[in-house]
Ligand binder design. Structure first.
Ligand code: ZN
Length: 82
């Protein structure tokens, strides 16, 4: 019984470590709106730059330019008005 419990705990710990390293990797990337320069992180668009940018300022961070929801809606509204 105890041996089985140990195995479960070990598996849970390994899974947690896998998740943590995956999260670290995702921090090295940034998504930015090419129109209004807001940042996308933690599942929402923000005007403040993410604090982790300061930690990795010497590293090269791949920036993915896209459009935020507000700019996309604005574009669609403009397209419809023509
Ligand atoms: Zn935008």
């Amino acid at each position: 019984m105890l041996r089985k419990l140990n195995a479960i705990v070990k598996t849970a710990a390994a899974n947690q470590m896998k998740r943590a390293s995956a999260a670290k990797k995702s921090l090295k990337k940034i998504t930015m709106c090419k129109k209004c320069h807001t940042f996308f992180y933690r599942n929402s668009w923000r005007f403040e730059s993410p604090s982790y940018l300061n930690d990795v300022i010497d590293d090269e961070i791949p920036v993915r330019f896209t459009q935020c929801l507000a700019c996309m809606e604005q574009d669609m509204a403009l397209a419809n008005s023509y």
